[in-house]
Design a protein around this ligand. Structure first.
Ligand code: C2E
Ligand code: MG
Ligand code: MG
Ligand code: MG
Length: 286
């Protein structure tokens, strides 16, 4: 039941195989109770604004520490959460945790916006906007401090419904970002009809752009087009200085990736941020 064996081929399993896969069955059985058992936690990965080289925001990324299997990546258990109907409970937990963290950081004078990932099923949840509003009120967090990241594939699954919910959320003042842009089939022209503020270029185009002329051309074109449509651009998965510099020269607004920093626990994040500010770091440095 190792997580490693799953990594080697989980995405090409057929449904039929899935049902017999002992690793999946085990996760299915345990996920429901994981919240109550305190096995979930969030890590935070910073995003840097290229022009000013400042850290304006962090993305909350979910982790599950399984008592027997160890750390389970979200790509393994989020699809299961959707399948067994606990994704809304998990998203509520994530939002609660992220807003609590936002308030804590604010009290510590750490001025950082937080982005939370939504899942395909969350937009079908009529209660989502209501719950968001209640949580913002409960923690006294400004909606401007919160971004929701949504992948294009799940907007395309039900575009009419998605638009309605997104409008609702955006009217509250929450920012919206299209995650993994370039991997789905939607055009920027279509996305522009939604109340979207930023797009995140998928890391599959970014990770190797320094060595792959096609990738760098795609990235450059997306940035150009997005800017002309009035959208801000985040590049995710930046792993080296060369890509960082290329993105800067293309006018990319924000970058995120291991080259800047990996996802960190809240206390590590704070320590890193303070050290970074104190050392007066200049562009393209860790
Ligand atoms: P995502 O939102 O596109 O997040 C980016 C993923 O890339 C994260 O993986 C992050 O750790 C990883 N990453 C960051 N920088 C680099 C880099 O430089 N190189 C490479 N190769 N990878 C990098 P992670 O944390 O395993 O999350 C995977 C996906 O799981 C996320 O993709 C998101 O779709 C989903 N996810 C994570 N947390 C949540 C959550 O709270 N709710 C929901 N619904 N989905 C989540
Ligand atoms: Mg994301
Ligand atoms: Mg992404
Ligand atoms: Mg991605």
């Amino acid at each position: 039941y190792s997580a490693k064996r799953l990594k080697s081929g989980y995405s090409i399993y057929s449904e039929e195989q899935d049902e017999k896969d002992p690793y999946r069955l085990l996760l299915m059985g345990d996920l429901r109770a994981a919240i109550e058992k305190n096995e979930l936690y969030l890590v935070y990965q910073p995003k840097a604004e290229l022009k000013t080289n400042t850290i304006l925001s962090a993305e909350a990324l979910l982790r599950w520490k399984h008592p027997k299997l160890g750390l389970i990546p979200p790509s393994d258990f989020i699809p299961i959460a959707e399948q067994i109907g606990v994704i809304n409970a998990i998203t509520t937990w994530v939002l609660n945790e992220a807003l609590k963290q936002s308030k804590l950081w604010e009290a510590e004078h750490i001025d950082i916006e937080i982005a939370v990932n939504l899942s395909a099923r969350n937009l079908q949840d009529a209660e989502l906007p209501i719950r968001l509003k209640a949580l913002l009120q409960q923690y006294g967090v400004s909606p401007r401090k919160i971004t929701l990241e949504i992948t294009e594939s799940f907007i395309m699954a039900d575009p009419v419904r998605a638009k309605e919910v997104l409008m609702n959320i955006h009217e509250m003042g929450i920012q919206l970002s299209i995650d993994d842009f370039g991997t789905g089939y939607s055009s920027l022209a279509y996305l522009k009809t939604l109340p979207v503020d930023t797009i995140k270029i998928d890391k599959s185009f970014v990770a190797d752009m320094a060595n792959d002329a096609t990738d760098s051309m795609i990235v450059r074109s997306i940035i150009f087009l997005a800017h002309n449509l009035g959208l801000k651009v985040v590049a995710e998965g930046v792993e080296d200085l060369q890509s960082w510099n290329m993105l800067a020269s293309y006018g990319c607004d924000i970058i995120q990736g291991y080259y800047l920093q990996k996802p960190l626990a809240p206390y590590e994040f704070k320590r890193w941020l303070v050290a970074r500010m104190e050392s007066g770091i200049t562009s393209g440095q860790l």
